[in-house]
Design a protein around this ligand. Structure first.
Ligand code: HEM
Length: 438
């Protein structure tokens, strides 16, 4: 796809569009901050709407009563089907089991809050601090594998995604959940099968073709059985991990223990959300550091700046660029564009994060920027990403260890920089050269 020259040329979802997203956003902010996708609504004849302004996205995500999350609509449909005596199909897909756990565990906003506070916060939210030592060890172990390489000129080479950015969140999440370390490659394969929709799905709805869905089911074979074995083992003999805790908890919000399927649903979303997102954040951060050696020098000389660096990096290069996950409950007007009730909104976090109405010099990485964490990368409001805590800690520790052990990082000559397809921002490999710190 060619780089767009005018707002009306912008296509955020066609093949190859990923290469030009950041050329498209300034055009859209200037001339077409709400893009209408004609005929691409959920029902025939309806339109979909792409929101690119910070204020619009913030308004939408902070008000789930007025802008219904698509997940809530699916849960309501499922509940109505069950109330009418319809049984879920016998070959219920893994996603449907996970959806059913949303139906029983968090059908209302109050239960969403309780779910976060009691079930996920202690492990992947604010409580993720407890994993700092483990994350540091994993980061160091990965760096140990390549730090001694020497290309003959005193510098070494590393394929940063495969040898650091991808395995770090995989090993960390396996450890948090309580899966054996030797199962990480299999878990990683199931994790990538789960996110296939966001990588290979087409259009703003990330739809997989029937063949791709079939391929996804094949790749997920064994996952449900594996989880059910793990849950049974941990129920009988709990360890110090998230799944064990979920098997034992007397969940105050519902006044009972969690069922196996409910635990399965929680783990499903942890694996879906917890692996590739952080991988892309780390990979884009490495690119930003190579593009701006002064930033690496700044965080090396003052490690208290690392948090500012990772927040700015996530603002500038949001791993989840956008999601079509909200529906209007009444007619709305965004930037002068009227959006009928019942319309699907594509909330474009990546664009909102570089909206010039919100940020001065939005495309600059500014370690002194005010309100650094106030970006849209994890969304905001009551449905904000529950795994933001652990992802932030992983990124900060990763850069603490990298900046401690390396004194330089630069692009190797053999990079294609081609982005992967889909809605996530990232390259599948990144070849770097590094100098070891003395
Ligand atoms: C840089 C890393 C990450 C990014 C950019 C990211 C982004 C997001 C975004 C944009 C949402 C949608 C929120 C909304 O609808 O308002 C979300 C939801 C979610 N994320 Fe994350 N996330 C990241 C890391 C993680 C991690 C590490 C976990 C798990 C440990 C996780 C688990 C989830 C879950 C469970 C949801 C809610 C899904 C649902 O039930 O609707 N995410 N995330």
């Amino acid at each position: 796809m060619a780089c767009p020259a005018r707002a009306e040329d912008v296509d955020l979802f066609g093949p190859g569009c990923q290469e030009h997203w950041y050329q498209a956003y300034p055009l859209m902010h200037a001339d077409s901050p709400v893009q209408v996708l004609r005929g691409e609504g959920v029902n025939p004849g309806e339109d979909a709407f792409v929101l690119t302004c910070f204020e619009d996205i913030e308004r939408v995500v902070k008000d789930p009563e007025r802008f219904t999350p698509v997940m809530s609509l699916r849960v309501t449909e499922l509940q109505q089907a069950l109330d009418n005596g319809l049984q879920p199909p016998a070959d219920t897909s893994r996603f449907d089991i996970a959806l059913d756990s949303v139906r029983t565990l968090r059908p209302t906003l109050a239960l969403w809050r309780a779910h976060r506070q009691e079930l996920t916060d202690p492990w992947v939210g604010p409580g993720a601090k407890r994993h700092a030592k483990m994350i540091t060890e994993v980061a160091d172990e990965l760096i140990d594998h390549w730090i001694q390489r020497d290309d003959g000129d005193g510098m070494g080479s590393v394929e940063f995604v495969g040898e650091f950015g991808r395995p770090l969140p995989q090993i960390v999440m396996a450890s948090v959940l309580g899966f054996p370390r030797e199962d990480v490659p299999q878990l990683a394969a199931w994790g990538s099968a789960q996110v296939m929709q966001y990588v290979y799905g087409s259009g703003h709805l990330n739809l997989l073709s029937p063949e791709e869905s079939e391929r996804q089911s094949q790749k997920l074979a064994g996952f449900a059985e594996y989880l059910s074995d793990q849950v049974a083992t941990k129920r009988a003999s709990p360890g110090d991990d998230m799944i064990s805790a979920l098997t034992q908890i007397e969940y105050a919000a519902l006044g009972r223990k969690l069922s196996d399927d409910e635990i399965y649903g929680i783990i499903y979303f942890m694996v879906l959300g917890g692996l590739e997102t952080t991988q892309y954040a780390l990979e884009q951060e490495a690119q930003l550091v190579c593009d701006r050696p002064e930033v690496f020098a700044a965080i090396r000389s003052d490690r208290s700046k690392i948090r500012a660096f990772t927040e700015e990096a996530m603002r500038l290069r949001a791993p989840t660029q956008g999601l079509s996950t909200r529906v209007t409950t009444r007619e709305e007007v965004f930037q002068g564009v009227t959006v009928p009730a019942g319309s699907i909104l594509h909330i474009r976090f990546g664009a909102g994060n570089v909206d010039p109405r919100q940020y001065e010099c939005p495309y600059e990485l500014d370690l002194e920027r005010k309100a650094l964490g106030n970006h849209l990368t994890f969304s905001q409001g009551p449905r904000t990403c529950p795994g933001a805590g652990i992802s932030r800690i992983e990124q900060v520790i990763a850069w603490q260890r990298l900046s401690q052990r390396l004194d330089s990082l630069e692009f190797a000559p053999d990079n294609r920089f081609a982005h992967q397809p889909g809605i996530m921002l990232g390259t599948l490999e990144l070849h770097l050269r590094f100098g070891r710190a003395r």
